[in-house]
Design a binder for this molecule. Structure first.
Ligand SMILES: *[C@@H]1O[C@H](CO)[C@@H](O)[C@H](O)[C@H]1NC(C)=O
Ligand SMILES: *[C@@H]1O[C@H](CO)[C@@H](O)[C@H](O)[C@H]1NC(C)=O
Length: 588
């Protein structure tokens, strides 16, 4: 496959960089007015969303036609199942294994046991001064099991056995510790034929994490002091927890209940879902912050990016983990996806790229609540393409087992809708790789008529805000080794057998090799995807080894490796087995 063509983009956008945080100064974009903050928030929310929809026509009505007339050709309907080849591409798969080893061996040489790794200075660091908790080792170990790296696995296991301790007198993020460390331990437990070491460590960690759930609402606090242990509120946002953080613990805690036969973990995690369900009003979208005293949403951004993303991801995955036996999760998932289609999915002006926008609440000068539709899409949102396709062939299917690829008559109407949107969103995410490095930026903005930019400043459908030649790179311009696009490519390939997903994944992998690889070992983030030669940031995020290289490996591996019919991946790419639950969900 050829390298992506370079956009002839002028990089002189006279705009300030966005920081990725939720607060934005008011802009000239259309602002919808409504009444003030307060108990009527949800009524306001609904009214305003309706107004927004009026301005941005709902694309869902066109989707069936898109499907039938799309460039899917022979792979739909009645197409291609016999010619689908889901066997390994051995050479590419093995190239990914070599890359993983290049990352791991450098970490092991320079920083074994430290939480994080800095490949340029050849140093490790810990999340807190109280000492490491095995963040990188535990996050990486199931990838070794999947790749068959037995020697590396044995050394990592030995470290967990002899060196790992959770007696660290400092605050750790509840969500990050759950998805990376608890998820990693549970996945290692399952993939190692139930090595009791991993279960013992997982139970120890989960028991400490349980202290965060001691709030009036049952929503867990953002942090935990692991040594005491005790839940701790986040002093940066008093009284609040983020929606994705409280709603992305359920796969892990439920799995622990299944393996220990101890109900408590399940109940605590599920209470959160009941609180969210009770707090959610039509049209089914969830703002990114909740109040943990009352268990209510507070006016805050609505988006599929940071602090929102994995809430939606886990709605589907909770339905899948329980072997599709819990209609409540299917219903919550379907409501959310319909709301996303009605309110957040947009099409770009020239190339017609499908993307998701954000809704940002603002106060007008009169102190009234107003919502601003912002055409900003985080790289994080790129999980959604694959997730929608997976949802379409499960929650959105009329049969238990769809063909590969599925045909429209196997899917419900919303399954067809979600599948089509998923396919389109992946294309959009690939379009954001059209940069000087072939790597996608952290955040992209799409052109809208009211953005005040000229054709000269941003000739394409999307741009990196704040990017300017000669100026320091904007926050948005970085690539920090994120996995979300290759995660979607892996799922799309497994569900279609369409080779182009492997081709796209290979292109991304080659860009990582070319621009992120450090000769002396490890991989580093790039601070501007549109500049070659690149400037590195001295950091190798742990999700490179737990997610990015794992999903790339699985993209090129035989489809019998971690089949999607038997496993769900937690949001850190740790596979957990699907099971038939013996406990029923206690809310409706
Ligand atoms: C991280 O914590 C571990 C355990 O306390 C310690 O041995 C190691 O030196 C720490 N690493 C750094 C870079 O401080
Ligand atoms: C999931 O349910 C199906 C029946 O719908 C059953 O055949 C399968 O064995 C179940 N899977 C597990 C892991 O229990």
């Amino acid at each position: 496959m050829s390298e992506p063509t370079l956009r002839q983009r002028k990089q002189n956008l006279a705009k300030t960089s966005s920081s990725g945080s939720t607060t934005k100064s008011p802009s000239r974009s259309p602002v919808r007015k409504a009444s003030s903050f307060g108990p009527g928030f949800y009524v306001v929310c609904c009214l305003v969303l309706s107004a927004v929809v009026f301005l941005y026509p709902n694309p869902a009505t066109e989707l069936l036609q898109t499907w039938l007339g799309a460039d899917w050709g022979a792979s739909l309907p009645g197409g291609g199942a016999d010619s689908v080849d889901l066997t390994a591409d051995v050479a590419k798969r093995d190239a990914v294994v070599a890359a993983f080893k290049h990352a791991w061996l450098a970490y092991e040489r320079d920083a074994m046991g430290d939480d994080e790794y800095h490949p340029i200075s050849h140093k490790g660091s810990n999340l807190t001064e109280a000492g490491g908790i095995g963040y990188t080792v535990v996050d990486s170990i199931d990838t070794m099991l999947i790749m068959g790296l037995d020697e590396e696995y044995q050394r990592a296991r030995e470290w967990i056995k002899t060196k790992m301790t959770l007696d660290r007198d400092a605050n750790f993020n509840t969500f990050e510790t759950t998805i990376r460390v608890l998820g990693g331990l549970l996945s290692a437990y399952h993939l190692s034929s139930e090595d009791p070491l991993f279960l013992e460590r997982a139970t120890d960690l989960a028991d400490r994490l349980l202290t965060t759930f001691e709030t009036p609402s049952g929503l867990p606090l953002s942090n935990v002091n692991l040594a005491i242990p005790e839940g701790r509120a986040d002093s940066n946002s008093p009284g609040l927890v983020s929606t994705a953080e409280v709603a992305t613990l359920q796969l892990e805690f439920r799995d622990l209940t299944m393996v220990t036969d101890e109900d408590m973990y399940w109940r605590k995690a599920e209470k959160v879902m009941a609180v969210i369900k009770a707090a959610t009003m039509p049209p089914g979208l969830a703002p990114i912050y909740m109040n943990y005293e009352q268990g209510r949403f507070v006016p805050s951004a609505i988006r599929l990016g940071s602090r929102g993303d994995s809430y939606y991801e886990y709605l589907l995955k909770q339905f899948l983990q329980t072997n599709r036996t819990e209609p409540i999760y299917r219903q919550m998932y379907e409501n959310a996806m319909t709301a996303i289609h009605n309110h957040l999915i947009q099409k770009s002006t020239t190339a017609g790229l499908t993307y998701t926008s954000e809704l940002i609440p603002e106060r007008t000068q009169e102190g009234e609540l107003a919502w601003r539709l912002t055409p900003k899409q985080d790289h994080l949102v790129c999980f959604l393409g694959g997730s929608l396709m997976l949802g379409a062939v499960t929650a959105g299917a009329v049969v238990d087992k769809v063909s590969i690829p599925p045909s429209p008559n196997q899917l419900l109407e919303q399954g067809i809708r979600d599948w089509s949107t998923g396919v389109e969103l992946i294309k959009t995410c690939m379009a954001t790789h059209d940069t000087a490095t072939g790597l996608a930026p952290e955040i992209v903005h799409f052109r809208i008529p009211s953005d005040g930019l000229s054709e000269f400043m941003a000739p394409t459908d999307w741009y990196i805000k704040g990017a300017r030649k000669g100026a320091p790179a904007s926050y948005d311009a970085r690539y920090i080794l994120r996995p979300e696009t290759v995660e979607s490519l892996f799922i799309a390939f497994r569900l279609t057998g369409d080779r182009r997903y492997r081709d796209w994944g290979w292109n991304i992998f080659q860009s990582i090799e070319k621009h992120c690889k450090i000769a002396s070992g490890g991989y580093a983030s790039v601070i501007n995807v549109d500049e070659v030669p690149v400037t590195h940031e001295d950091k190798m995020e742990t999700f490179l080894m737990s997610e990015t290289f794992k999903y790339l490996y699985l993209l090129f591996a035989d489809s019998s490796v971690i089949p999607l019919t038997q496993y769900v991946f937690n949001t850190e790419a740790h596979p957990l087995p699907i099971f038939n639950p013996t406990i029923r969900t206690g809310f409706s």
